[in-house]
Design a protein around this ligand. Structure first.
Ligand SMILES: *Cc1c(COP(=O)(O)O)cnc(C)c1O
Length: 458
């Protein structure tokens, strides 16, 4: 059979006009935003690749589901629909809905961490680590070396290095390790997947030492797609069965439904342990809302239940990741240094390779994201030293190996032509990147500084 390209498995029924601005307008906007793309007004953005979080286009079914919101305070029908969908795709015993992923992270961290504990993880994620630290833990990275090498072509660069887990157990003792947080499609490494074989080995090792494993299932569906493509024995398996297998090897999960699950707001915590579930239901009432809505409207839970089922459809996930790979190929063909292989949700441009004239202390990725916006109206995000923050013990800046900007593709929102325009802009900027200047802080927030920090050019 002749090769068939992926194409969007939907047609467009409603459109939202985009606004193009002039370069002078954008230069003013980014100055007013303190050279932080998070502080731009979205009205001043042409193609918004800041994040794929909560930016998905919902389907007609999901919008129809919004009209079926049962806004009862307790026992909403939509909660039971959500419970059914989560059980079907993720397979854990107990569901606790939360307003988004960090709500679930907050509850899990509070339940399972004592001050002085250590949490292991395959590279940190910003909000996840912040909640672990808030609960008194220190984060210890146990991801393999390949994740830190933008050019390494290993198929599963998200994998945990078992030797690092063993070393951490040796150093801190298993009793001090609150849990291992296993991220799917590791965001900060460039959206790189973990393999089933690795998860199985990690899970066995942790069980042996009585250490719990919690999945960050935010991108488990996209991870499952890569497993289907790349891991031996999985080519004929359904996406759902692969997600279920990943989840079955862990004790529970936190999940931001704003990513894979195709909704604009929502998240959940799942656990298998009955006592832990009871404790979580006690905390969710305090911080989110009653355990049958967790800070969400009934209609949001209905849209989430439908989105979860749509997210695992093969034609959807193939087109979703196909579009990201398409953008990655264009940018790479233009000679721009990117993290490879291209991940599930974004193309990560290697800012330190692109701007060798800007020292790390002047935040090359932050500067590059600002310059790309001025050049083209395309909004990207810094994923480097600004995102990484400071060492909580020494107060020094942490400089991660990867200093990147992320071109994040929202699900079902932009067309291939938008990807063409984006790639052209990145390539053009690459050819003139010697003109980009470094930045220094004028305002540095203490927690999750990248969201609200302000800079000026040096
Ligand atoms: C987005 C994200 C979170 C946090 O979820 P929110 O819904 O933004 O609170 C946690 N982990 C990963 C991997 C994410 O991508």
């Amino acid at each position: 059979m002749a090769k068939r390209s992926w194409a969007e498995p939907y047609k467009i029924k409603m459109v939202e006009p985009l606004r193009m601005t002039t370069q002078e307008e954008r230069a003013r906007a980014i100055r007013e935003a303190g050279f932080n793309t998070f502080l731009l007004c979205s009205e001043d953005v042409y193609i918004d690749l800041l994040t794929d979080s909560g930016t998905s286009a919902m389907s007609d079914r999901q919008w129809a589901g919004m009209m079926l919101g049962d806004e009862a305070y307790a026992g909403s029908a939509n909660y039971y629909h959500l419970e059914e969908a989560v059980a079907e795709v993720y397979g854990y015993k107990h569901l606790i809905p939360t307003h988004q992923g960090r709500g679930a992270e907050h509850i899990l961290s509070r339940m399972c961490i004592k001050p002085g504990d250590v949490v292991l993880g395959n590279m940190y994620f910003t909000t996840t680590k912040a909640h672990q630290e808030l609960a008194g833990a220190r984060f210890v990275d146990v991801i393999g070396d390949a994740a830190h090498d933008a050019a390494d072509l290993s198929p599963f660069k998200g994998n945990v290095d078992l030797k690092r887990v063993e070393a951490a157990i040796e150093k801190y003792g298993a009793a001090r390790i609150a849990y291992l947080c296993l991220q799917c499609n590791v965001n900060m490494a460039g959206g790189q997947p973990v393999s089933v074989a690795n998860v199985r080995a990690v899970s066995a090792l942790c069980r042996k030492h009585d250490i719990k494993v919690f999945l960050d299932a935010t991108r488990a569906v996209e991870n499952a797609y890569f497993i289907k493509q790349r891991e031996k024995g999985y080519a004929d398996r359904s996406i759902t069965s692969i997600v279920r297998e990943l989840c079955s090897m862990t004790d529970g999960c936190t999940c931001s439904a704003k990513k894979d699950a195709l909704v604009n707001i929502g998240g959940f915590l799942c656990v298998n342990d009955d006592a832990l579930a009871e404790q979580a239901r006690g905390l969710v009432v305090l911080f989110e809302g009653l355990h049958t809505y967790g800070g969400l409207a009934g209609r949001d839970m209905e849209a989430m239940a439908i989105g979860i089922r749509e997210s695992v459809q093969e034609d959807h996930i193939r087109a979703r990741i196909g579009q990201v790979e398409y953008l990655g190929r264009l940018v790479e063909e233009g000679g721009v240094p990117i993290v490879k292989p291209v991940g599930g949700h974004a193309v990560f441009v290697n800012a330190s390779a692109m701007l060798p004239h800007i020292p790390r202390e002047q935040f090359p990725a932050q500067a590059l994201a600002a310059a790309l916006y001025v050049e083209s109206g395309v909004r990207a995000m810094e994923r480097g030293a600004v995102s990484c923050g400071r060492d909580p013990d020494t107060g020094e800046n942490i400089y991660p190996t990867l200093e990147l900007i992320r071109l994040t593709v929202p699900r079902r929102v932009y067309t291939q032509a938008h990807m063409d325009v984006t790639a052209e802009a990145v390539i053009e900027l690459y050819q003139r990147c010697g003109e980009v200047r470094g930045l220094r802080f004028t305002f540095e927030p203490k927690v999750l500084r990248f969201f609200q920090a302000r800079f000026q050019q040096v």
